[in-house]
Design a protein around this ligand. Sequence first.
Ligand SMILES: C[S@@+](CC[C@H](N)C(=O)[O-])C[C@H]1O[C@@H](n2cnc3c(N)ncnc32)[C@H](O)[C@@H]1O
Length: 512
Amino acid sequence: MRPVPTAAVQPDRVLRSGTSKPMPRDNKTLGAYFTPEAVAHALVRWVVRDPADSLLDPSSGDGRFVARHPNSVGVERDPASVAESAQRAPGATIIEDDFFTWAATDRRRFDCAAGNPPFIRYQRFAGATRRAALDYCRRLGVVFSGLSSSWAPFIVAAASKLRPGGRMAFVVPAEIGHAPYAGPLMDYLVANFGCVRLVAIQDKIFPRLSEDCWLLLADRAGSRAGAIRLSRVERFDPRAMPPPVSEDISVEAWRVRWRRRLRPFLLPPRVRRLYERMATEPDAVRLGQIAQVGIGYVSGANGFFHLRPSDVRRFAIPDEFLVPSIRNSRYLTGAVIDDADVERWVAKDEPVLLLRIPPRAQVPGAVRAYLDTAEGQRAKASYKCRNRTPWYTVPDVRRPAFVLTYMSGKSPALAVNRGRCACTNTLLAVDLRSGLFEDGGISEQGLSAAWNSPAGRLSCELEGHPLGGGMLKLEPGEARHVLLVPDAAVTDRDRALLEEGIEVMQQWRHLA
Ligand SMILES: C[S@@+](CC[C@H](N)C(=O)[O-])C[C@H]1O[C@@H](n2cnc3c(N)ncnc32)[C@H](O)[C@@H]1O
Protein backbone atom coordinates (compact mmCIF):
# COMPACT_ATOMS: atom_id res chain seq x y z
CA MET A 1 0.00 0.00 0.00
CA ARG A 2 1.50 3.36 -1.07
CA PRO A 3 1.32 6.33 1.29
CA VAL A 4 -1.39 8.75 0.32
CA PRO A 5 0.22 11.96 -1.01
CA THR A 6 -0.06 14.96 1.29
CA ALA A 7 -2.72 17.48 0.33
CA ALA A 8 -4.25 20.57 1.85
CA VAL A 9 -5.98 20.18 5.25
CA GLN A 10 -9.64 19.31 4.97
CA PRO A 11 -11.09 20.55 8.22
CA ASP A 12 -14.38 18.80 7.54
CA ARG A 13 -12.54 15.48 7.95
CA VAL A 14 -11.73 16.34 11.57
CA LEU A 15 -14.68 15.49 13.73
CA ARG A 16 -15.08 16.39 17.36
CA SER A 17 -17.52 13.83 18.57
CA GLY A 18 -17.03 13.59 22.30
CA THR A 19 -17.62 15.48 25.44
CA SER A 20 -14.12 14.79 26.77
CA LYS A 21 -11.96 17.88 27.24
CA PRO A 22 -8.94 18.34 24.94
CA MET A 23 -5.64 17.95 26.82
CA PRO A 24 -2.32 19.68 26.19
CA ARG A 25 0.21 17.27 24.61
CA ASP A 26 2.17 15.60 27.36
CA ASN A 27 3.92 12.63 25.82
CA LYS A 28 4.03 10.61 29.02
CA THR A 29 0.41 11.17 29.93
CA LEU A 30 -0.73 10.49 26.38
CA GLY A 31 1.74 7.68 25.66
CA ALA A 32 2.52 9.62 22.49
CA TYR A 33 5.54 7.90 20.92
CA PHE A 34 5.02 7.57 17.21
CA THR A 35 5.77 4.43 15.27
CA PRO A 36 8.68 4.17 12.80
CA GLU A 37 7.30 4.51 9.26
CA ALA A 38 8.55 1.07 8.17
CA VAL A 39 6.64 -0.63 11.00
CA ALA A 40 3.42 1.33 10.37
CA HIS A 41 3.72 0.51 6.67
CA ALA A 42 4.22 -3.23 7.28
CA LEU A 43 1.28 -3.47 9.69
CA VAL A 44 -1.13 -1.63 7.37
CA ARG A 45 0.05 -3.71 4.41
CA TRP A 46 -0.66 -6.91 6.38
CA VAL A 47 -4.02 -5.86 7.70
CA VAL A 48 -5.57 -4.26 4.57
CA ARG A 49 -6.45 -6.97 2.07
CA ASP A 50 -8.73 -5.03 -0.28
CA PRO A 51 -8.75 -1.34 -1.30
CA ALA A 52 -12.37 -1.16 -0.11
CA ASP A 53 -11.49 -2.38 3.40
CA SER A 54 -12.31 0.04 6.19
CA LEU A 55 -9.46 0.59 8.69
CA LEU A 56 -9.62 1.85 12.29
CA ASP A 57 -6.71 3.27 14.28
CA PRO A 58 -7.96 3.78 17.86
CA SER A 59 -5.12 6.16 18.82
CA SER A 60 -4.08 7.61 15.50
CA GLY A 61 -1.52 10.20 16.71
CA ASP A 62 -0.08 12.13 13.79
CA GLY A 63 -1.91 9.86 11.36
CA ARG A 64 0.90 7.67 10.11
CA PHE A 65 -1.24 4.50 10.00
CA VAL A 66 -4.40 6.02 8.56
CA ALA A 67 -2.34 7.94 5.97
CA ARG A 68 -1.53 4.63 4.33
CA HIS A 69 -5.08 3.68 3.48
CA PRO A 70 -7.74 6.06 2.16
CA ASN A 71 -10.75 4.36 3.76
CA SER A 72 -9.62 4.96 7.33
CA VAL A 73 -10.96 6.30 10.59
CA GLY A 74 -8.56 7.49 13.28
CA VAL A 75 -9.55 8.39 16.84
CA GLU A 76 -7.19 10.66 18.74
CA ARG A 77 -7.69 12.75 21.85
CA ASP A 78 -4.79 15.19 21.48
CA PRO A 79 -5.81 18.22 19.37
CA ALA A 80 -2.24 18.94 18.18
CA SER A 81 -1.90 15.37 16.89
CA VAL A 82 -5.33 15.59 15.28
CA ALA A 83 -4.20 18.70 13.40
CA GLU A 84 -1.01 16.94 12.26
CA SER A 85 -2.95 13.90 11.08
CA ALA A 86 -5.35 16.06 9.10
CA GLN A 87 -2.28 17.27 7.17
CA ARG A 88 -0.70 13.88 6.82
CA ALA A 89 -3.82 11.85 6.08
CA PRO A 90 -6.26 14.11 4.25
CA GLY A 91 -8.23 11.14 2.97
CA ALA A 92 -8.93 9.75 6.43
CA THR A 93 -11.62 10.70 8.89
CA ILE A 94 -10.09 11.80 12.18
CA ILE A 95 -12.27 11.91 15.26
CA GLU A 96 -11.01 14.03 18.12
CA ASP A 97 -12.14 12.15 21.18
CA ASP A 98 -11.23 9.73 23.90
CA PHE A 99 -11.34 6.36 22.15
CA PHE A 100 -13.40 4.61 24.82
CA THR A 101 -15.99 7.38 24.95
CA TRP A 102 -16.28 7.17 21.17
CA ALA A 103 -16.33 3.36 21.14
CA ALA A 104 -19.21 3.24 23.64
CA THR A 105 -21.54 5.11 21.29
CA ASP A 106 -20.33 4.57 17.72
CA ARG A 107 -21.96 1.55 16.08
CA ARG A 108 -19.71 1.23 13.00
CA ARG A 109 -17.82 -1.99 12.31
CA PHE A 110 -14.48 -2.18 10.46
CA ASP A 111 -12.74 -4.73 8.29
CA CYS A 112 -9.47 -4.15 10.05
CA ALA A 113 -7.68 -2.16 12.74
CA ALA A 114 -4.03 -1.19 13.14
CA GLY A 115 -1.93 1.12 15.23
CA ASN A 116 0.21 1.60 18.26
CA PRO A 117 -1.89 2.12 21.38
CA PRO A 118 -0.59 4.43 24.09
CA PHE A 119 1.47 2.66 26.75
CA ILE A 120 0.37 4.58 29.83
CA ARG A 121 1.11 2.88 33.13
CA TYR A 122 -1.67 2.54 35.64
CA GLN A 123 -0.40 5.41 37.82
CA ARG A 124 -1.04 7.87 34.98
CA PHE A 125 -3.83 5.96 33.23
CA ALA A 126 -6.33 7.24 35.73
CA GLY A 127 -9.62 9.02 36.24
CA ALA A 128 -12.47 9.07 33.74
CA THR A 129 -10.45 7.61 30.86
CA ARG A 130 -9.48 4.54 32.84
CA ARG A 131 -13.01 4.10 34.14
CA ALA A 132 -14.42 4.34 30.60
CA ALA A 133 -11.78 1.87 29.34
CA LEU A 134 -12.25 -0.73 32.08
CA ASP A 135 -16.06 -0.43 31.94
CA TYR A 136 -16.05 -0.90 28.19
CA CYS A 137 -13.91 -4.03 28.48
CA ARG A 138 -15.98 -5.36 31.38
CA ARG A 139 -19.08 -5.21 29.18
CA LEU A 140 -17.19 -7.45 26.74
CA GLY A 141 -16.43 -9.87 29.58
CA VAL A 142 -12.79 -8.79 29.99
CA VAL A 143 -11.91 -7.79 33.53
CA PHE A 144 -8.72 -5.78 33.86
CA SER A 145 -7.34 -4.94 37.28
CA GLY A 146 -6.61 -1.37 38.34
CA LEU A 147 -2.92 -2.13 37.67
CA SER A 148 -3.44 -2.50 33.92
CA SER A 149 -1.54 -0.29 31.53
CA SER A 150 -3.67 1.50 28.91
CA TRP A 151 -2.61 -0.44 25.83
CA ALA A 152 -4.40 -3.69 26.79
CA PRO A 153 -7.93 -2.15 26.96
CA PHE A 154 -7.20 -0.32 23.68
CA ILE A 155 -6.57 -3.64 21.94
CA VAL A 156 -9.70 -5.28 23.36
CA ALA A 157 -11.89 -2.30 22.47
CA ALA A 158 -10.42 -2.06 18.95
CA ALA A 159 -11.07 -5.80 18.45
CA SER A 160 -14.71 -5.30 19.44
CA LYS A 161 -15.13 -2.89 16.51
CA LEU A 162 -14.26 -5.49 13.85
CA ARG A 163 -16.66 -7.29 11.56
CA PRO A 164 -16.65 -11.09 11.62
CA GLY A 165 -13.62 -12.22 9.62
CA GLY A 166 -11.74 -8.97 10.42
CA ARG A 167 -8.07 -8.51 11.29
CA MET A 168 -5.91 -6.30 13.41
CA ALA A 169 -2.21 -5.51 13.72
CA PHE A 170 -0.74 -3.57 16.64
CA VAL A 171 2.55 -2.64 18.18
CA VAL A 172 2.44 -3.93 21.77
CA PRO A 173 4.92 -3.71 24.65
CA ALA A 174 6.92 -6.88 25.29
CA GLU A 175 5.24 -7.07 28.68
CA ILE A 176 2.44 -8.85 26.82
CA GLY A 177 4.75 -11.81 27.54
CA HIS A 178 4.63 -11.54 31.33
CA ALA A 179 2.40 -8.80 32.80
CA PRO A 180 -0.49 -10.23 34.83
CA TYR A 181 -2.97 -8.02 32.98
CA ALA A 182 -1.86 -9.48 29.63
CA GLY A 183 -3.63 -12.70 30.72
CA PRO A 184 -7.21 -11.40 30.30
CA LEU A 185 -6.20 -9.76 27.01
CA MET A 186 -4.79 -12.97 25.54
CA ASP A 187 -7.78 -14.94 26.83
CA TYR A 188 -10.03 -12.53 24.96
CA LEU A 189 -7.95 -12.72 21.77
CA VAL A 190 -7.84 -16.51 21.56
CA ALA A 191 -11.59 -16.65 22.25
CA ASN A 192 -12.36 -14.09 19.51
CA PHE A 193 -9.87 -14.64 16.68
CA GLY A 194 -9.20 -17.80 14.64
CA CYS A 195 -5.52 -16.89 14.41
CA VAL A 196 -3.47 -15.00 17.00
CA ARG A 197 0.15 -14.28 16.16
CA LEU A 198 2.84 -12.58 18.18
CA VAL A 199 6.14 -11.46 16.76
CA ALA A 200 8.70 -11.19 19.55
CA ILE A 201 11.45 -8.82 18.43
CA GLN A 202 14.76 -8.73 20.28
CA ASP A 203 16.10 -5.41 18.99
CA LYS A 204 14.24 -2.27 19.88
CA ILE A 205 11.63 -0.94 17.46
CA PHE A 206 11.84 2.40 19.27
CA PRO A 207 15.58 2.84 19.78
CA ARG A 208 15.17 5.82 22.12
CA LEU A 209 12.66 4.19 24.49
CA SER A 210 13.52 1.67 27.15
CA GLU A 211 10.41 -0.33 26.26
CA ASP A 212 10.85 -3.45 24.12
CA CYS A 213 8.03 -3.93 21.63
CA TRP A 214 6.49 -6.89 19.90
CA LEU A 215 3.85 -7.07 17.18
CA LEU A 216 0.39 -8.56 17.57
CA LEU A 217 -1.38 -9.84 14.46
CA ALA A 218 -4.86 -11.29 14.84
CA ASP A 219 -6.98 -12.63 12.02
CA ARG A 220 -10.47 -14.16 11.49
CA ALA A 221 -12.43 -12.19 14.07
CA GLY A 222 -15.40 -14.15 15.36
CA SER A 223 -13.57 -17.51 15.56
CA ARG A 224 -11.54 -19.14 18.30
CA ALA A 225 -7.84 -20.11 18.29
CA GLY A 226 -6.41 -23.25 19.87
CA ALA A 227 -2.85 -21.95 19.76
CA ILE A 228 -0.83 -18.76 19.95
CA ARG A 229 1.53 -18.56 16.97
CA LEU A 230 4.87 -17.12 18.08
CA SER A 231 7.67 -15.82 15.87
CA ARG A 232 11.00 -15.06 17.55
CA VAL A 233 13.14 -12.65 15.54
CA GLU A 234 16.27 -10.66 16.22
CA ARG A 235 15.13 -7.51 14.49
CA PHE A 236 12.18 -6.10 12.63
CA ASP A 237 12.53 -6.79 8.91
CA PRO A 238 9.89 -5.13 6.73
CA ARG A 239 10.60 -7.65 3.93
CA ALA A 240 9.67 -10.59 6.15
CA MET A 241 6.32 -9.52 7.54
CA PRO A 242 4.99 -11.57 9.07
CA PRO A 243 8.08 -13.66 9.78
CA PRO A 244 7.85 -17.47 9.82
CA VAL A 245 6.18 -19.00 12.88
CA SER A 246 8.81 -20.33 15.29
CA GLU A 247 6.36 -22.23 17.47
CA ASP A 248 2.66 -22.88 17.98
CA ILE A 249 1.91 -22.62 21.68
CA SER A 250 -1.18 -24.49 22.77
CA VAL A 251 -3.54 -22.19 24.65
CA GLU A 252 -3.90 -24.90 27.27
CA ALA A 253 -0.13 -25.10 27.88
CA TRP A 254 0.19 -21.31 28.01
CA ARG A 255 -2.68 -21.05 30.47
CA VAL A 256 -2.03 -23.95 32.81
CA ARG A 257 1.61 -24.96 32.64
CA TRP A 258 3.05 -21.50 32.08
CA ARG A 259 0.53 -19.50 34.11
CA ARG A 260 -0.36 -17.23 31.17
CA ARG A 261 3.22 -16.15 30.53
CA LEU A 262 4.73 -16.18 27.06
CA ARG A 263 8.22 -15.25 28.20
CA PRO A 264 9.36 -18.87 28.66
CA PHE A 265 8.64 -19.41 24.96
CA LEU A 266 11.57 -17.16 24.09
CA LEU A 267 13.71 -20.14 25.05
CA PRO A 268 14.81 -22.66 22.45
CA PRO A 269 12.26 -25.53 22.77
CA ARG A 270 14.89 -28.10 23.75
CA VAL A 271 15.90 -26.00 26.76
CA ARG A 272 12.28 -25.44 27.72
CA ARG A 273 11.55 -29.18 27.52
CA LEU A 274 14.49 -29.87 29.84
CA TYR A 275 13.28 -27.22 32.28
CA GLU A 276 9.77 -28.69 32.23
CA ARG A 277 11.16 -32.15 32.88
CA MET A 278 13.21 -30.88 35.81
CA ALA A 279 10.15 -29.18 37.26
CA THR A 280 8.38 -32.52 37.53
CA GLU A 281 11.22 -34.36 39.26
CA PRO A 282 10.36 -35.53 42.78
CA ASP A 283 13.04 -33.40 44.47
CA ALA A 284 12.09 -30.19 42.67
CA VAL A 285 10.27 -27.48 44.62
CA ARG A 286 9.21 -23.92 43.98
CA LEU A 287 10.62 -21.36 46.43
CA GLY A 288 7.09 -20.50 47.58
CA GLN A 289 6.51 -24.11 48.69
CA ILE A 290 9.32 -23.93 51.22
CA ALA A 291 9.50 -20.24 52.05
CA GLN A 292 7.53 -17.07 52.60
CA VAL A 293 8.61 -14.26 50.33
CA GLY A 294 7.67 -10.62 50.87
CA ILE A 295 9.10 -7.18 50.42
CA GLY A 296 11.14 -5.48 53.14
CA TYR A 297 9.82 -2.60 55.26
CA VAL A 298 8.97 0.88 54.01
CA SER A 299 10.31 3.48 56.47
CA GLY A 300 8.75 6.52 54.79
CA ALA A 301 11.89 8.62 55.30
CA ASN A 302 14.99 6.53 54.80
CA GLY A 303 17.47 9.33 55.52
CA PHE A 304 15.91 9.95 58.93
CA PHE A 305 15.23 6.41 60.07
CA HIS A 306 18.66 5.00 59.12
CA LEU A 307 21.30 6.33 61.44
CA ARG A 308 25.05 6.29 61.19
CA PRO A 309 26.94 5.01 64.25
CA SER A 310 28.24 8.56 64.74
CA ASP A 311 24.57 9.82 64.93
CA VAL A 312 23.81 7.09 67.44
CA ARG A 313 26.70 8.26 69.63
CA ARG A 314 25.79 11.92 69.26
CA PHE A 315 22.17 11.35 70.37
CA ALA A 316 23.03 8.48 72.77
CA ILE A 317 20.30 6.30 71.25
CA PRO A 318 20.00 3.07 73.27
CA ASP A 319 20.85 -0.17 71.45
CA GLU A 320 17.41 -1.68 71.95
CA PHE A 321 15.99 0.95 69.54
CA LEU A 322 18.36 0.02 66.72
CA VAL A 323 18.38 -2.83 64.21
CA PRO A 324 21.14 -3.30 61.62
CA SER A 325 19.55 -3.14 58.23
CA ILE A 326 20.45 -3.93 54.64
CA ARG A 327 19.52 -0.74 52.82
CA ASN A 328 19.94 -2.01 49.26
CA SER A 329 21.61 -4.60 47.06
CA ARG A 330 24.95 -2.73 47.24
CA TYR A 331 25.36 -4.30 50.68
CA LEU A 332 24.96 -7.83 49.33
CA THR A 333 28.52 -8.60 48.36
CA GLY A 334 28.54 -12.33 49.05
CA ALA A 335 26.38 -15.39 49.63
CA VAL A 336 26.23 -14.67 53.39
CA ILE A 337 25.67 -11.52 55.47
CA ASP A 338 27.14 -12.06 58.90
CA ASP A 339 28.24 -10.13 61.99
CA ALA A 340 31.56 -9.32 60.36
CA ASP A 341 29.71 -7.51 57.54
CA VAL A 342 27.68 -5.50 60.03
CA GLU A 343 30.86 -4.63 61.96
CA ARG A 344 32.49 -3.49 58.73
CA TRP A 345 29.54 -1.19 57.91
CA VAL A 346 29.63 0.21 61.43
CA ALA A 347 33.38 0.81 61.23
CA LYS A 348 32.80 2.77 58.01
CA ASP A 349 30.06 4.80 59.70
CA GLU A 350 27.46 3.68 57.11
CA PRO A 351 23.82 4.71 57.74
CA VAL A 352 22.65 1.15 58.38
CA LEU A 353 21.13 1.34 61.87
CA LEU A 354 17.35 1.41 61.61
CA LEU A 355 15.57 3.35 64.34
CA ARG A 356 12.94 0.92 65.50
CA ILE A 357 10.53 2.11 68.17
CA PRO A 358 7.84 -0.43 69.06
CA PRO A 359 4.37 1.17 68.94
CA ARG A 360 3.72 1.13 72.68
CA ALA A 361 7.29 1.72 73.86
CA GLN A 362 8.19 4.37 76.43
CA VAL A 363 10.26 6.70 74.27
CA PRO A 364 13.39 7.69 76.21
CA GLY A 365 14.54 11.31 76.24
CA ALA A 366 17.49 10.64 73.93
CA VAL A 367 15.26 9.15 71.26
CA ARG A 368 12.70 11.90 71.78
CA ALA A 369 15.43 14.49 71.15
CA TYR A 370 16.23 12.80 67.83
CA LEU A 371 12.54 12.68 66.85
CA ASP A 372 12.27 16.41 67.63
CA THR A 373 15.10 17.45 65.29
CA ALA A 374 14.19 19.42 62.17
CA GLU A 375 14.82 16.29 60.10
CA GLY A 376 12.48 14.35 62.40
CA GLN A 377 9.76 16.93 61.92
CA ARG A 378 10.24 16.73 58.14
CA ALA A 379 9.99 12.93 58.31
CA LYS A 380 6.84 13.22 60.43
CA ALA A 381 5.21 15.29 57.66
CA SER A 382 6.05 12.75 54.92
CA TYR A 383 3.19 10.81 53.36
CA LYS A 384 3.91 7.43 54.97
CA CYS A 385 4.58 8.83 58.46
CA ARG A 386 1.50 11.04 58.38
CA ASN A 387 -0.62 8.01 57.72
CA ARG A 388 0.49 5.77 60.55
CA THR A 389 0.25 5.81 64.33
CA PRO A 390 2.59 6.49 65.94
CA TRP A 391 4.35 8.18 63.05
CA TYR A 392 7.80 7.02 64.20
CA THR A 393 7.07 3.27 64.27
CA VAL A 394 8.29 1.67 61.05
CA PRO A 395 5.94 -1.27 60.46
CA ASP A 396 6.72 -4.80 59.21
CA VAL A 397 10.33 -4.84 60.33
CA ARG A 398 11.56 -8.40 60.47
CA ARG A 399 14.88 -10.14 60.26
CA PRO A 400 14.44 -12.76 57.57
CA ALA A 401 16.55 -15.88 57.17
CA PHE A 402 17.53 -14.80 53.64
CA VAL A 403 17.46 -11.59 51.64
CA LEU A 404 16.96 -11.53 47.92
CA THR A 405 17.62 -8.80 45.37
CA TYR A 406 14.45 -7.45 43.82
CA MET A 407 16.15 -5.88 40.80
CA SER A 408 19.35 -7.29 39.49
CA GLY A 409 21.81 -7.20 36.64
CA LYS A 410 23.31 -10.61 36.03
CA SER A 411 21.25 -12.69 38.41
CA PRO A 412 19.13 -12.17 41.55
CA ALA A 413 21.30 -12.76 44.62
CA LEU A 414 19.98 -14.76 47.57
CA ALA A 415 22.10 -14.21 50.68
CA VAL A 416 21.89 -16.04 53.99
CA ASN A 417 21.17 -13.45 56.67
CA ARG A 418 23.35 -14.66 59.57
CA GLY A 419 23.81 -11.06 60.71
CA ARG A 420 20.08 -11.01 61.58
CA CYS A 421 19.59 -7.75 59.71
CA ALA A 422 16.29 -6.24 58.67
CA CYS A 423 15.93 -5.13 55.03
CA THR A 424 14.20 -2.28 53.20
CA ASN A 425 11.72 -2.69 50.36
CA THR A 426 14.49 -2.55 47.76
CA LEU A 427 15.01 -6.19 48.74
CA LEU A 428 12.85 -9.24 49.26
CA ALA A 429 12.72 -10.95 52.65
CA VAL A 430 12.69 -14.76 52.50
CA ASP A 431 11.81 -16.91 55.52
CA LEU A 432 11.75 -20.66 55.42
CA ARG A 433 8.48 -22.19 56.52
CA SER A 434 8.81 -23.44 60.06
CA GLY A 435 10.37 -26.80 60.69
CA LEU A 436 12.08 -27.10 57.35
CA PHE A 437 15.59 -26.69 58.71
CA GLU A 438 14.96 -28.87 61.73
CA ASP A 439 13.43 -31.91 60.06
CA GLY A 440 16.30 -32.28 57.64
CA GLY A 441 14.15 -31.35 54.64
CA ILE A 442 16.40 -28.55 53.44
CA SER A 443 19.60 -26.86 54.51
CA GLU A 444 20.79 -23.29 54.11
CA GLN A 445 23.57 -24.54 51.87
CA GLY A 446 21.14 -26.70 49.86
CA LEU A 447 18.89 -23.74 49.18
CA SER A 448 21.81 -21.47 48.24
CA ALA A 449 23.29 -24.11 45.96
CA ALA A 450 19.97 -24.73 44.21
CA TRP A 451 19.39 -20.98 43.83
CA ASN A 452 22.79 -20.38 42.26
CA SER A 453 22.72 -23.49 40.07
CA PRO A 454 22.04 -23.14 36.33
CA ALA A 455 18.46 -24.40 36.83
CA GLY A 456 17.82 -21.82 39.57
CA ARG A 457 19.32 -18.99 37.53
CA LEU A 458 17.38 -19.95 34.41
CA SER A 459 14.23 -20.12 36.50
CA CYS A 460 14.82 -16.54 37.73
CA GLU A 461 15.07 -15.43 34.10
CA LEU A 462 11.82 -17.18 33.20
CA GLU A 463 9.81 -16.26 36.27
CA GLY A 464 11.10 -12.68 36.55
CA HIS A 465 10.76 -9.99 33.93
CA PRO A 466 12.94 -7.38 32.26
CA LEU A 467 12.87 -3.86 33.54
CA GLY A 468 14.79 -2.03 30.83
CA GLY A 469 18.48 -1.22 30.84
CA GLY A 470 19.34 -4.93 31.08
CA MET A 471 17.82 -5.28 34.56
CA LEU A 472 15.76 -8.24 35.72
CA LYS A 473 12.98 -7.74 38.26
CA LEU A 474 11.66 -10.47 40.48
CA GLU A 475 8.36 -9.55 42.14
CA PRO A 476 7.50 -11.54 45.29
CA GLY A 477 4.92 -13.58 43.34
CA GLU A 478 7.50 -14.34 40.66
CA ALA A 479 10.17 -15.25 43.23
CA ARG A 480 7.76 -17.77 44.79
CA HIS A 481 7.73 -19.63 41.49
CA VAL A 482 11.48 -19.96 41.11
CA LEU A 483 12.29 -23.63 40.63
CA LEU A 484 14.81 -25.25 42.94
CA VAL A 485 16.32 -28.59 42.03
CA PRO A 486 19.24 -30.32 43.77
CA ASP A 487 22.17 -29.42 41.57
CA ALA A 488 24.04 -32.70 42.09
CA ALA A 489 21.44 -34.55 40.03
CA VAL A 490 22.03 -32.42 36.91
CA THR A 491 24.22 -33.90 34.15
CA ASP A 492 26.92 -31.88 32.39
CA ARG A 493 24.96 -31.96 29.16
CA ASP A 494 21.86 -30.58 30.87
CA ARG A 495 23.95 -27.97 32.63
CA ALA A 496 25.25 -26.76 29.27
CA LEU A 497 21.69 -26.55 27.90
CA LEU A 498 20.55 -24.57 30.94
CA GLU A 499 23.48 -22.15 30.55
CA GLU A 500 22.51 -21.73 26.91
CA GLY A 501 18.96 -20.87 28.03
CA ILE A 502 20.26 -18.29 30.53
CA GLU A 503 22.31 -16.62 27.81
CA VAL A 504 19.32 -16.49 25.46
CA MET A 505 17.09 -14.93 28.11
CA GLN A 506 19.78 -12.41 29.05
CA GLN A 507 20.08 -11.41 25.40
CA TRP A 508 16.33 -10.78 25.30
CA ARG A 509 16.64 -8.45 28.26
CA HIS A 510 19.71 -6.71 26.74
CA LEU A 511 22.14 -7.57 29.52
CA ALA A 512 25.41 -6.18 28.18
C1 LIG B 1 1.86 5.54 20.88
S1 LIG B 1 1.03 6.91 20.21
C2 LIG B 1 0.64 6.22 18.66
C3 LIG B 1 0.24 7.16 17.61
C4 LIG B 1 0.24 6.57 16.22
N1 LIG B 1 -0.77 5.51 16.11
C5 LIG B 1 1.61 6.03 15.87
O1 LIG B 1 1.83 4.85 16.08
O2 LIG B 1 2.50 6.73 15.43
C6 LIG B 1 -0.47 6.86 21.10
C7 LIG B 1 -1.47 7.95 20.78
O3 LIG B 1 -2.63 7.72 21.56
C8 LIG B 1 -3.22 8.96 21.89
N2 LIG B 1 -4.14 8.75 23.02
C9 LIG B 1 -3.82 8.61 24.33
N3 LIG B 1 -4.92 8.38 25.06
C10 LIG B 1 -5.96 8.35 24.19
C11 LIG B 1 -7.35 8.12 24.32
N4 LIG B 1 -7.88 7.87 25.52
N5 LIG B 1 -8.12 8.13 23.22
C12 LIG B 1 -7.56 8.37 22.00
N6 LIG B 1 -6.25 8.61 21.81
C13 LIG B 1 -5.45 8.58 22.88
C14 LIG B 1 -2.01 9.84 22.18
O4 LIG B 1 -2.32 11.20 22.09
C15 LIG B 1 -1.03 9.35 21.10
O5 LIG B 1 -1.15 10.15 19.97
